[in-house]
Write a protein that binds this ligand. Structure first.
Ligand code: BMA
Length: 343
């Protein structure tokens, strides 16, 4: 249900024009989908699941482009305002090599800036299952591939845009061979981006009837706020007619990201628009990037819709944090993996 527009005077016209659903904190851009297969000057099946960053005064996405073999590459797409007039650069990105780590393609890039380097963490669809790969670039023209950083089955990974005591921190989502234990968001550490360890479950999937029961995964890289690291993750609800991918929020301590400070109980964004409800994989919203605007409050979330198209929705950072303030987790109140109630 759409209930009209709720906008403060002075908000940019594009945002003001958006329709607002009072039950969700994110507002869809009315020009959605901003990129779909028909917009590309070559034939593909779908373009979706975008990583996002501001680069050289443009919004730059790394979009997953699935061709009509069913396999995917990752390509650069740019727009001056982040909403319209996208150019897809067919010759820039990360392309499958046919090597062991990307035998069946490359998918779902997340971009993290550390100094002048932009690290791209993406899924390599290897012949032994999905795994986590890392590449680095300074110009989004030349990419240096740093190899596999987590073995299969693992995906939905991103680096923190900061180091902690010199260590790099990676969020990722291994899928255990024992599905009954659940697929959670894990945190692993590295001194050099090559050797990874001190792995732990950071954010467990809940259990039972929750929207984020059994399987969750990181969305965009963590966003630093004055209250800590804001996390956006997807929860997968299995139903008799398929899965529903929705989005929720959590907050981590700024200095010690192993401490979960808050986690929302409700999803804050889910499939509602026709382009999210129907597609190759129906009922999917799948964000891989977000950008905080210069106003310090507007968050532009870039997401894939139904494994078909690229969309954008905006939120107020203050409202996202306000929402999380209603869902604090104190130390020791962490979600108990052994509990049938799942927290
Ligand atoms: C996940 C990932 C995403 C995809 C989603 C829905 O497991 O593979 O690339 O968008 O499923 O199909």
């Amino acid at each position: 249900m759409r209930i009209g527009s709720l906008c403060a005077p002075g908000e940019p016209a594009k945002i003001r024009a958006m329709e607002v659903d009072a039950r969700e904190l994110f507002t869809r851009y009315p020009g959605n989908p901003v990129l779909s297969a028909a917009d590309l000057p070559f034939i593909v099946n779908a373009v979706f699941n975008p990583g996002a960053v501001e680069f050289e005064d443009q919004t730059l996405l790394l979009v997953r482009v699935e061709d009509r073999t069913g396999l995917s590459d990752i390509m650069v797409a740019t727009s001056a305002d982040g909403y319209d007039d996208w150019t897809v650069h067919r010759d820039r990105g990360l392309f499958r090599t046919g090597g062991f780590d990307d035998f069946w393609g490359v998918e779902d890039a997340r971009i993290t800036r550390l100094g002048d380097d932009y690290y791209v963490v993406y899924t390599g669809y290897s012949a032994n299952g999905p795994l986590v790969c890392l590449a680095v670039t300074r110009d989004f023209v030349t990419f240096e591939r740093l190899g596999v950083v987590q073995p299969p089955e693992d995906k939905d990974a991103a680096l923190f845009p900061a180091r902690f005591g010199g260590a790099y921190a990676l969020l990722h989502r291994p899928a255990p061979a024992t599905p009954a234990v659940g697929a959670h968001v894990w945190l692993s550490w590295s001194p050099d981006l090559t050797h990874w360890g001190r792995s732990q479950v950071l954010l467990p999937a809940r259990r039972g009837g929750w929207w984020d029961a059994n399987k969750i995964g990181l969305g965009p890289p963590p966003l630093l706020t004055d209250q800590g690291w804001l996390l956006c993750y997807h929860g997968v609800r299995s139903t008799v007619s398929g899965s529903i991918y929705r989005v929720g929020l959590a907050l981590l301590d700024r200095d010690d990201p192993t401490r979960v400070l808050a986690r929302g109980n409700e999803w804050v964004f889910g499939p509602q628009a026709a382009y999210e409800r129907a597609g190759d994989v129906s009922d999917v919203v799948f964000p891989c990037g977000w950008i905080l605007d210069d106003d310090g409050d507007t968050v532009r979330m870039y997401y894939g819709a139904a494994d078909m198209s690229v969309c954008v929705a905006t939120a107020s950072l203050a409202q996202l944090l306000e929402h999380l303030a209603e869902h604090p987790l104190s130390d020791g109140d962490d979600l108990d993996l052994s509990s049938p109630f799942g927290g």
